[in-house]
Ligand binder design. Structure first.
Ligand code: CP
Ligand code: NVA
Length: 317
């Protein structure tokens, strides 16, 4: 594992698999420190970091898909670090009319200091990174969602201490969020067991990557087996942005719902996490997601603190 941009004065944040273990740990620790600074000032949402570490830096945020958390947390992050965000909808750009990602990358690199992209296709993200001369950040693709998992790790550790050696269980679709959790399990050296139906398992190459990098990542089709001894149970929507065959997906994924019965098979003090948006009654019951073991609101808020740390890391600060 190495970051292929290490020699440049900036770094892309494309996937957790492109980070070293040390880099991933530093980003989490810095996020925690940034959260403490923000909370201790008492300025609430109006907080501006006293050092303005990203003063005069600008971030273009491109969305080819909808977003609530990512959009707001990134815009607030760069603002609180002293910089400025420009929000762009892919379809409002010439990108939506066929201008190439490469040309867009060249042009934006002349205007802004960093580009954040929520892309339909992971290839577009890689294309943007290959042609931009500023940091590019993955704000979710069809393949992965690394920013989310940094917030998730931060949240887990706030509640349960170091994640290393802990047991995390995933029940549901082996989707983009699951892929980033597989990467995280390797980087943070925790156990991860995913319960997914055979139709919706994570990509084989990702499982192989985990095995080749010493990951304790296992795949089962049995949710009960996955959650046994788990310190945290995670799920995500059964219908990700861009998915079709909705009825078929719901039918196949129904046995993977996180409900009280499943939570009761895990450790007594296990947490429940979900990146949101959630669909109560589908991948999780209202009783669980709104219950005492759910940490979803802290998880969502921690996007803000994780994103700040990611931005600072991208600029090599
Ligand atoms: N979890 C997450 O990325 O949420 P948004 O789609 O609202 O950004
Ligand atoms: N898997 C979901 C995550 C949303 C934040 C999706 O891609 O739609």
């Amino acid at each position: 594992m190495s970051n292929f941009n290490l020699k440049k004065p900036y770094r892309h944040f494309l996937d957790l698999a492109t980070l070293t273990r040390g880099e991933a740990r530093d980003i989490i620790d810095k996020a925690r420190a940034l959260k403490i600074i923000a909370t201790e000032t008492g300025h609430g949402k109006g907080f501006i970091h006293p050092d303005r570490p990203l003063a005069d830096k600008s971030l273009a945020m491109i969305f080819e898909k909808p977003s609530t958390r990512t959009r707001v947390s990134f815009e607030m992050s760069i603002h609180q670090l002293g910089g400025k965000a420009i929000v762009l909808q892919g379809n409002d750009m010439q990108l939506g009319r066929g201008e190439t990602v490469a040309d867009t990358a060249h042009v934006l690199s002349g205007f802004v200091d960093a580009v954040m992209l929520r892309a339909d296709s992971h290839d577009s993200l890689l294309d943007m990174a290959a042609h931009a001369t500023v940091p590019v950040i993955n704000a979710l693709t069809d393949y992965s969602h690394p920013c989310q998992i940094m917030a998730d790790v931060l949240t887990f550790e706030e509640y349960r201490g170091p994640i290393t050696g802990k047991k995390i269980a995933w029940s549901g679709d082996g989707n983009n969020v699951a892929v980033s959790w597989i990467h995280a399990a390797v980087l943070f050296d925790c156990e991860l067991t995913l319960a997914c139906p055979k139709e919706f398992c994570p990509p084989t190459q990702v499982m192989e990557w985990a095995a080749n990098n010493g990951g304790k990542v296992t795949l089962t089709h049995d949710p009960a087996q996955a959650v046994e001894g788990a310190d945290c149970i995670i799920t995500d929507t059964w219908i990700s942005m861009g998915d079709s065959d909705i009825d078929a997906r719901i039918a196949i994924l129904a046995p993977y719902q996180v409900n009280r019965k499943l939570m009761d098979l895990s450790n007594r003090d296990s947490l429940f996490m979900h990146c949101l948006p959630a669909h109560r009654g589908e991948e999780v019951t209202g009783e669980v997601i709104d219950g005492p073991r759910s940490v979803i609101w802290d998880e969502a808020e921690n996007r803000l603190h994780a994103q700040k740390s990611i931005l600072i890391w991208c600029f090599g600060k």
